[in-house]
Each structure stands twice: as C-alpha cells, then as structure tokens.
Ligand binder design. Sequence first.
Ligand SMILES: Nc1nc2c(ncn2[C@@H]2O[C@H](COP(=O)(O)OP(=O)(O)OP(=O)(O)O)[C@@H](O)[C@H]2O)c(=O)[nH]1
Ligand SMILES: [Mg+2]
Length: 348
Amino acid sequence: MTREKGTKIVIVMGIIGAGKSYLIKEISGRDVKVGHSLGSCTQDVEEVRCQIDGQSVMILDTPGFDDTNRSDTEVLTDIAEYLSSLYKAGYRISGIIYLHNITDTRMRGSSLKNMQMFAKLCGEKSYRNVVLLTGRWDTIDQADAVEKENDLKKKIWKEYLDAGCQLDRYWDKNDLVRIFKTILQKPPVVLDIQREMAVEGKALDKTAAGEQVNIELSDLKKKFESELAEIDASYNNQIMQMRDQMDEERLKLQHKLKRLETDKLMMVDQHRRVEEASKAGMLEQFRKLEQKREEQRVEYERELERAMTEKDENLRESARLDALVKFNRVQRSYRNEEQGFWGIIGQP
Ligand SMILES: Nc1nc2c(ncn2[C@@H]2O[C@H](COP(=O)(O)OP(=O)(O)OP(=O)(O)O)[C@@H](O)[C@H]2O)c(=O)[nH]1
Ligand SMILES: [Mg+2]
C-alpha cells in the first residue's frame, strides 16, 4: 500500500446494488466500474483517489453485503482484513458512509442484520464519523422518499442516530461534495474491527462484527433446521397418509378378489346343477324311449300272433311280413333317437 501522506480516507459500505460505486464515481470523477446487472459488481475493496475541497482523498469502494453468490462472512473477511492492514500501515479513517437506496420498495430483513454488522464493525466510538446516507432521491417521488426515510429514522436506524451517527440524503454531486467536506473536517477514528484485529490480535470470528455474523449464522442454521424438521414432519405425514390409503385400497381389492372367487365357485356349481338337471331330463326321456321300444316289441309279438291265426297261408305270410316291416321301421327310428342321446350325455 503506497499512499500519499495526509491522504484522508473515506469508506463506503452498504448492501449490493445500493449505489456505492455510482456515488464514488460521481464524487471522484474517476472511471469507477458501476454494476449493470442484478448480481454484485464490486468484488474486492477498491481504492479510488481524488481531490475534494483541495484535499487528497482516498475513497474505499467495498463489495456489498447481502450478495447471493458470496456470504456476508466472506465479504466481511475481505473488508476486515483490508481495514486491519490499513491500520497497521498507519492510516486512520475520516469517514464511513453507509449507503441505502431510498427506492428500495420494502425494508428487507437483511437490511437490519447488515446494519447491525456494520455497526459492530465500526463500534460506537466511531459513530461520530459515520453518515447513514440515502441515495437516488432523484428517481423517486419526494413524499414517498420522505416517508421511507422517516421509517428508517424511527426503526432500523434509530439507535445508531441516537448514538451519534449522522443522517443525510443525496440527489447529486453537490450534496456529495457537501457531505464529504463535513466528513473530511472530522478527526479520524479507529474502527472497532481495526482495534480488535490489528491491536488486540483477535481472529475475525472473535471480533464483535464476526460474532454478529456467527449469531446470524446460528440463527439461520436454527431457522433452516426448524424448516427442515417441518418438511420432514410433513413428508412423514404424507407417507403415513399414503400408506393408510394403500392399505385401504389393498383391503378393498382383497374383498373384491374374494367376491370374484365366490362368484366363480357359484357359477361353476350352478353350471354343474344345470348340466345334471338336463342330463337327468334326458335320461328320463331315454327311459321313456326304451319303454316305447318295449311296448312296440310287445305290440309286434301280438300282431305276429294275430297273423299266425290267419288260415290262408298267403295272407298269414303277408300279415307276418307287414308286422315285421313295421316293427323294423319303428325300431330303427327309436335307435336313431337313442344314438342322439348317447351323443349328448355320453355312453352309460
Ligand atoms: N439514477 C441513479 N442510478 C443509480 C444511482 N446509484 C446507483 N445507480 C444505479 O444502480 C446500479 C447499481 O449501482 P452500483 O453503484 O454498481 O451499486 P454498488 O452498491 O456499487 O453494487 P455492488 O458493487 O454490487 O455492491 C447501477 O446501474 C447504477 O447506475 C443514483 O443515485 N441514481
Ligand atoms: Mg460497487
């Protein structure tokens, strides 16, 4: 780090996309890279040198908190290590600007936690050099912006304003020049994070800001764990419900199957009975046929006897032949009928 002697240092912090780089570009007139997408733009602490009110100033552009790609711990580590080495190199900080985009439609929960971490990083002793600044007043309805600022003053920023932080707003470069001039007149301060790390030799996680991150991490962990437990419980519940439904379905199917088997048995039995009944009917008819055959045989013998009583031999022979022909014809028709029965009910 090579810096001119007497250079005053101002650090700009805030969540990603708050407009930190834009602000620094405005006040410094330097070619500072401003974000064009929703993602974070500034990745490391960047030093931007300029002259303000005849003084040599180095503005520190910082990566934003609340980045979806980097955890707040990573961002804090970068800033804290940078600030610690700055202190070791003998530099002190004239001002700390915490920038908030006044057009933010709703106050995110993360705004509060970022503010708490920022406050721990600075420490109360440096609050007199802290400016809580709202930007983009040029792009929002005035009454709306005032209402949002009042909300900040009454809620998230109240305790810090009460403890000595300054509140300000900016529309354009003139406001920034005014704000920077005021800052540059203040006696420089040592931030808590610098004292803790560079003087007391604490590791980042043992500093107030680091502990704040740890508290948030453990809160987050607890929140995730309880959400996970809720998901597990509802998952188990759904499994139980599904299992109950499946059991019910299985029972229904088993009943259905049983009913089908009973129906099948009943049908087989009925078929057998019908078959037996029809067989019995046929046997009855067969018996009647046998009886008729027998009756016809008896009738034939009677006719034969009658024929034998004929005196005339020719007439007697003729009557005997008539009876025999008749007998054979009728017997043949009975035999045909009988064979038909055997075909249906099988040979006895
Ligand atoms: N009109 C207007 N646009 C602004 C203002 N401040 C920031 N912007 C726009 O907001 C977007 C984000 O601004 P940046 O300055 O990159 O925000 P940042 O805080 O540096 O973001 P990170 O580096 O990602 O943390 C850019 O498109 C800027 O042009 C402002 O005061 N007025
Ligand atoms: Mg930036």
